[in-house]
Design a protein around this ligand. Structure first.
Ligand SMILES: O=C(CCCCNC(=O)Nc1ccc(S(=O)(=O)N2CCN(c3cc(Cl)cc(C(F)(F)F)c3)CC2)cc1)NO
Ligand SMILES: [Mn+2]
Length: 245
């Protein structure tokens, strides 16, 4: 028995190499898992479940086939696809989870999250996040016509400083003290998250206990999959199918 974790695929219709790698995984290995957790930023952008594009539907049905095969699929929102709601979740066979949740992974209580909330030094971003994840901003934005939301997203992509930021500097990393405070608040010795695009398995000490922080990799250049069993965790890279040698 084993459980898979993926995150930060940043799927878009323009990157068929990423989605093909995902579909290959969903049509094979994923079918044997107890469960599959998608820890956010599955999509590069998400402006509402009413944006029923062929690509979004193709992604939903690829996951739905896995759910229909008896694999439980759980989704935690990322800083890009935080507007995903029940309608898309149902189409994809996802169970939506809160932004931080402790799961029992073969006897080890494990905190799972996207991870953007752990980047507390990025004050400007945390300020936006507070609104965007709040009660009424999302409701307000989702009531706008889809065409308007498309323009907001286009403007965001085109002019936003974060594009330059992402061109020049990486997304900020998690704040070490925030990680320790959060893990001790949830009383766990294992944390799994994505967002920072810095895949690694870190050993640390929480409340005097040996602990682990596992960071999932993004899928910009190759797939990144975490496999967890009762006795082992392994973070593996999955090259895209090379069409031309
Ligand atoms: O994480 C960091 C920082 C670095 C990475 C953070 N950057 C990052 O996430 N960018 C980003 C994310 C989503 C999209 S989008 O296209 O999918 N889409 C845009 C419009 N969205 C919206 C929602 C709401 Cl409620 C309110 C508004 C409003 F009112 F502001 F217009 C807009 C919904 C989402 C576009 C860019 N450091 O650690
Ligand atoms: Mn992210």
């Amino acid at each position: 028995p084993f459980t898979y974790f993926i995150a930060d695929l940043h799927l878009s219709a323009e990157r068929s190499d990423i989605s093909q790698c995902l579909f290959q995984f969903l049509d094979s290995d994923a079918l044997q898992a107890d469960a599959l957790y998608v820890l956010g930023d599955l999509f590069e952008a998400w402006i509402g479940d009413d944006d029923q594009t062929p690509f979004n539907q193709q992604v939903a049905s690829a996951f739905k086939r896995v759910a229909d095969a008896g694999v439980s699929i759980f989704f935690i929102h990322g800083n890009r696809d935080f507007l995903i709601r029940e309608r898309f979740a149902k189409q994809a066979g996802f169970t939506l989870l809160p932004e931080q949740v402790v799961i029992d992974l073969y006897g080890t209580p494990t905190l799972i999250t996207h991870g953007d909330e752990l980047c507390t030094q990025d004050v400007a971003y945390q300020k936006f996040r507070k609104k965007a994840r709040g009660w009424w901003w999302p409701r307000l934005v989702l009531r706008l016509p889809l065409s308007t939301r498309r323009k907001i997203a286009e403007n965001g992509r085109a002019t936003s400083k974060e594009n330059q930021k992402q061109l020049t500097t990486d997304i900020m990393d998690v704040t070490p003290q925030e990680v320790i405070d959060t893990m001790s608040r949830f009383n766990v010795t294992r944390l799994i998250h994505g967002h920072t695009h810095r895949p690694a398995i870190h050993d640390l000490t929480v409340n005097g206990q040996p602990a682990q922080r596992i960071v999932l990799g993004d899928w910009y250049d190759q797939g990144s999959i975490l496999t967890v069993t009762k006795d082992n965790v392994s973070l593996t890279e999955h090259p895209f199918f090379q069409l031309t040698k």
